[in-house]
Design a protein around this ligand. Sequence first.
Ligand SMILES: Nc1ncnc2c1ncn2[C@@H]1O[C@H](COP(=O)(O)OP(=O)(O)OP(=O)(O)O)[C@@H](O)[C@H]1O
Length: 277
Amino acid sequence: MLRPLYRRNSVLAPTATAQAATFLGADGPADTARSLAIDVRGLTKRYGGRAVVNNIALQVEAGRIVGFLGPNGSGKTTTIRMICGLLTPDAGSGTCLGLDIMKDAAAIKRQVGYMTQKFGLYDDLSIRENLDFVARLFELPHRKQAVDGALQRLGLGARHAQLAGSLSGGWKQRLALAACLIHSPRLLLLDEPTAGVDPKARREFWEQLHQLAEQGITVLVSTHYMDEAERCHGLVYIAYGTILAQGTAATIVQAAGATDLEDAFVRLVDQAKDNFV
Ligand SMILES: Nc1ncnc2c1ncn2[C@@H]1O[C@H](COP(=O)(O)OP(=O)(O)OP(=O)(O)O)[C@@H](O)[C@H]1O
């Protein structure tokens, strides 16, 4: 059962404010860092002299689901990849799960589950074989146990022998999530995980995310769906590689003088366009 989570308060770190500009460069109290799954600042990535992510600060408390919203090409994927050690920032500092994003990329990757936009598993392997393959990649000591656990956790047990290629979009996403979870990560970075998935399957996917969060797993999830944004504990809006707003849905809507999240999105991106283009 989904709850109206946008009513909850204080979903991002206490030091986070509605406008990133105020927040940039601000260091939280020393003891705050212990409860932060993501704590980065000044994050910058340039391609061909253009900053596609520009001086971003982001804090996410452990056990929260934070939605990452922004137009196409706004820098979501690039940011996610820098946080999990897949991409080296040109500038910036900070920690992911308490590990230094500049120095501890290998250790971060072992503790993070990263789901890309594209289904990255093998169509001609069964669900179980796909999970076993991922378990081998992580060199998990108790592979069968890990695979059985993932099958059970995502309700895939009855279909374990089915070829991945024969699954519907929703079941494929469920398998991809199971693969992300096989090494028991503490943080999930999900890049548009439900793109092209039907509403019922999306709803079930989000119910699973909330169950994971209740178990203490942190989730940063990019999405273009506003109904999904409403299911997050907190939101970060990004455009032109810059954070436009972060906070609860209610605080963002209020600060933008908007009627709802979609209206806030349009207003913030339009304002950003005036500033950045
Ligand atoms: N390897 C690269 N080389 C050059 N430009 C890149 C590279 N990767 C990303 N970009 C550019 O950086 C910008 C941000 O891309 P990014 O994929 O992070 O955006 P996004 O917000 O995830 O977009 P979408 O919602 O479409 O997935 C885009 O303009 C993109 O073309």
